[in-house]
Design a protein around this ligand. Sequence first.
Ligand SMILES: [Zn+2]
Length: 164
Amino acid sequence: MADSRLARWRRERKARRARRARDAKRIRRLNRAIARRVRRLRERAARRRRRASDRLWGGSRAVTNEVIRIVAGRAPVTSRKRVATFGNPGSDHHVSQLTADAVDFGISNARGLADEISRRLGGPHDVVDFQHFIVRRNGRDFRVQIIAGPHGTGPHLHVGVRRV
Ligand SMILES: [Zn+2]
């Protein structure tokens, strides 16, 4: 009698453990599926934000966004569109310039980075300060100007973009 009770208890324990293992597996699978879904939703939202942002300033922001991705955090973004003129209301930075956008990076005399940005946008391999070149994005042409040397508001790397 005692033997059969022990056998039954062992059987039940085995079943309980199997059930628990199955549940744990199911929960892990569910957690993975949830994580995948959240990741996909986040990516979709980021893409949507990017597309919306790319349409700003006559589409020029698509190019400055691309420049920021190229720089990839190697220098901080110190200015983009602004209301301050700093004596130059015609600047690509100024909000009155509706089809232009600009981005400054806090880094001085970054010639190598300037060349890399130009090259990766499809411009000249060795870019000269104040030189203009044209890139085509989303069916539109934009003129790009990169300035690495001393100019304007203290040492910085300037990239100006204007739809043409
Ligand atoms: Zn600038």
